[in-house]
Design a binder for this molecule. Sequence first.
Ligand code: GUN
Length: 285
Amino acid sequence: MNAKIMDGSALARELRADCKIRAAGLTEKGMQPGLAVVIAGDNPASRIYVRNKAKACSDTGIYSEIHEFSENASQDEVIERIQELNRNSRIHGILVQLPLPRRFESDKVIASVAVEKDVDGFHLYNVGSLVTGNAIFPPCTPHGVIKILEKYSVPIEGQHAVVVGRSNIVGKPMALMLLQRGATVTICTSKTRDLAEHTHRADILVVATGKPHMITASMVKDGAAVIDVGINRMPDGKLAGDVEFESVKEKAGYITPVPGGVGPVTIAMLLYNTIEAAERAYARA
Ligand code: GUN
């Protein structure tokens, strides 16, 4: 089989065009959507992500601010800034870029974001809303994966989905979102014994481990939909996914490339959640 390539860049363009129209509508009504991104420390990848998020906002007509803190900043200082942003009526969404410096208690920092501005969906209240099946802000990356599956009419209900990775950002919320849509879900980690036995049963395989090329063709069922969330910088400077694309595409039914798969859709979903937050603020005002 030669897999259909699921084009995340094209889908992201469509989603962003839609966001642009909604943002313009809100701006006309006097409520331009606004996003604040808080970043602490000097993780180079995080800095690139944050810049890309701000650029995506300005391209879409969303106001954005970046709040940068040094590696040595105190946690209280960051929380105080978040509390100011909670009160700022110009700002509808607040995103705390992860990872935070090691000495930070990430849960405590995330808990300081107002629930109605938590566009990442990482606040414990929003995590609870996802668990109970009524997500207030679906986390951007797994939400993007769902959008990709929907775009390519990949059925979810009744299918066996295998998620490799158990992070709070991707693996866990991904499993919950697939479960909510009626999939039978197996959650594996990079340490799972006989991983191939599990992945080989997947109709939908979502991989988010950060281990380049760990999923090979022999681990994939014929015709499966394979979603690669990994973005790994290789020694030659190129980006690689967690899936060995060249071999797996011969076996899968659908596959996302890296780059150009999940990444651009994740950013589109952040814009989407920010607009949702602004529309809700407008409805409350
Ligand atoms: N770091 C890696 N992915 C993400 C994400 O989706 N949101 C935030 N806040 N930080 C991240």
